[in-house]
Design a protein around this ligand. Sequence first.
Ligand code: HEC
Length: 153
Amino acid sequence: MKRLLIGTLATAALSGSALAHSHGAVTFEDHLKPVLAQHCFMCHGPYSPGIDRFDEDKSGYSAMLVGPRMYAYDELMEFVTGGDAGALMRRLDDGSHTSDGQPGNMYEYLGETEEERAENLKLFKRWVGHWTLKRSAEMTDEDHKLIRALERR
Ligand code: HEC
């Protein structure tokens, strides 16, 4: 009986995601990086061009399935609150916030299954803290204040 209980507790602890143990503080270092490494860095990793170089030949890079680098925290933030603010949210949305109801074109990369995509989207949403699809020029100070997107604890 005791053994069974311990076994059950161990299984429960193992199956709980890292997120369940994060006590609410979702950070780039602890939670986002592993997901990015698994699903995004093959096209947005250390060997991808920075956003300025990418913009000089957008179609050339895109044709090779190479996206702009989002490897470091600051590089990723460019697409959250920086010059291309909201891009991360627009590209990853599952269609619930887009005007045409279609998912953003990076949504499919969030996982192999619908369940995994939904789970990872939830993580990105918790990290951003304020899921707005507004473009940089439309974002208000209030929007900027509400976005959390922490680098580390
Ligand atoms: C197979 C390669 C590939 C994968 C995997 C991929 N992307 Fe992309 N991504 C691209 C390419 C190529 C572009 C540029 C073309 C475009 O804008 O659609 C892009 C564009 C983007 C943009 C917009 C950049 C801009 O200039 O505004 C964001 C944000 C983005 N990706 C996020 C992600 C995230 C987050 C993941 C992981 C969940 C991911 N992508 C996975 C290839 C990829």
